[in-house]
Design a protein around this ligand. Structure first.
Ligand SMILES: *Cc1c(COP(=O)(O)O)cnc(C)c1O
Length: 425
């Protein structure tokens, strides 16, 4: 075990804590990955679950694609630099991270658009099933995409919401699709993918997993879990850059039966035959729509490549250890100020972020950011901290808790500049 953290023996302050944390950082098998990322001086970055840090290799790679492939290669680069194959090539790399076959994953569009494509494809393939099942408090875009798909092609079918404890009982012969976010974006609660998928299959329903807070954060084994469909983000734990394209997974057994509602030419069986009639590509490529964003794909590939070097089990164990340290220290030192943990308790399965509730969470987060500790805020009262094992040290967690305690003790969050809500929180 690389990250021994005996909770009973964890000192919460002082030089004993300093020594414990120094030992954890010294023994960290992932420590050398930190230098692969650009991290500004004086910043403790706890928001890699919302926008992953910039890999140091990325600017040169994007520059090369611009200068050599675009500048010099021009249109020839669609073939000579295999731009045309980039969605499948990068998809094949992501497949290794999510436990799928390379031809089951493709990079395309945004997570929202991919959700819509797969929801509509399932609705079309299961015309006699009347509901899409999800949970209240799922990520908003997931619910909005179901609502708007149903309003467009639902024909009277409806969205049903059930709390996670009741979800399995609510899956019936009427359920077309169960749509769930594998790691919850606020609480970091995690579903048992294998058990839930089996329960849905027992009723003949398909499951669509949103992996936005899972990919690059927790070990995934889509094929072992017999998963049907999945989508996920490129700009969070995969470090693909702001607005990086997303990916989608369709299990091979569904390739012939599911058809994209957005039959763009890039998803055609023969895009360059320029025929009038739509004919979906035989495999995963049918879920492509328009021309792929090559510059963004280059940045995404650079982020994905780092993840191919590491063992996700080790990444996940470090994430759990970082989270355990963070939760222990906050509960010992900040609990008295009204900060309480949201989501799984220490030791329980969880994603790679930790959230705390406080009625003044927004202002407290702004005060933290002003002091170089960057997390984010999710309405109405959640302070969220992403723990990214590839570039965070145990010492960063201590630094964050020291700052949080100081902000709470001095009530520096009361300053008027921290009360103003910005457009992005
Ligand atoms: C971040 C996130 C998204 C983002 O979707 P976009 O289309 O990229 O804006 C979707 N689902 C979940 C669960 C997310 O956390």
């Amino acid at each position: 075990m690389e990250f021994p953290l005996e909770r009973a023996h964890l000192p919460s302050t002082g030089s004993a804590l300093f020594e414990t944390v120094a030992a954890l950082d010294a023994a960290d098998p992932l420590a050398r990955y930190r230098e692969r990322f650009f991290l500004p001086d004086g910043i403790t970055y706890l928001d890699g679950n919302s926008l992953g840090a910039l890999p140091r290799a990325t600017p040169a790679r994007v520059q090369a694609v611009m200068q050599e492939e675009w500048g010099t290669g021009l249109i020839r680069s669609w073939n000579s630099a295999d731009w045309i194959g980039a969605p499948q090539r990068v998809g094949g790399k992501i497949a290794r991270i999510v436990g799928a076959q390379p031809h089951e994953v493709v990079v395309a569009d945004s997570t929202s658009v991919n959700l819509s494509k797969l929801i509509m494809a399932v609705l079309a393939a299961a015309p006699h099933r009347t509901t899409v099942l999800s949970e209240p408090g799922n990520f908003p875009t997931d619910l909005y995409m179901v609502e708007t798909a149903l309003a467009t092609v639902g024909g009277g079918r409806r969205l049903q919401l059930a709390e996670r404890e009741q979800l399995v009982q609510q899956i019936t012969d009427d359920t077309a699709l169960v749509l769930l976010t594998h790691v919850h974006y606020k609480t970091a609660d995690v579903y048992d993918m294998q058990a839930l998928t089996a329960a849905a299959h027992a009723k003949g329903a398909l499951v669509l997993w949103d992996l936005s807070h899972s990919v690059g954060a927790v070990p995934l084994a889509l094929n072992t879990c017999n998963a049907d469909l999945a989508v996920g983000c490129g700009y969070k734990f995969l470090n693909g850059g702001p607005g990086a394209p997303a990916f989608l997974f369709v299990a091979e057994r569904h390739h012939q039966t599911l058809v994209s509602p957005l039959g763009g030419w890039m998803g055609h069986a023969r895009p360059f035959a320029f025929v009038d009639a739509y004919e979906p590509a035989p495999g995963i490529a049918r879920f492509l729509c328009g021309t792929p964003p090559i510059l963004s794909l280059a940045a995404l590939e650079s982020g994905v490549d780092i993840h191919l070097e590491v063992d996700m089990q080790v990444v996940s164990r470090k994430a759990q250890a970082l989270a355990a340290l963070f939760m222990e220290l906050v509960s010992a030192r900040c609990g008295a100020y009204g900060v309480s943990l949201v989501g799984p308790p220490s030791g329980a399965p969880r994603g790679s972020h930790v959230s705390f509730r406080h009625p003044e969470g927004y202002a407290i987060m702004q005060a933290l950011i002003a002091r170089g500790v960057i997390g984010d805020f999710r309405a109405p009262d959640i302070m969220r901290f992403g723990l990214t094992p590839l570039y965070l040290r145990f010492a960063d967690v201590v630094q964050a808790v020291n700052t949080l305690e100081d902000v709470l003790r001095t009530e520096s969050w009361r300053a008027s500049e921290f009360q103003v809500r910005q457009a992005v929180t």
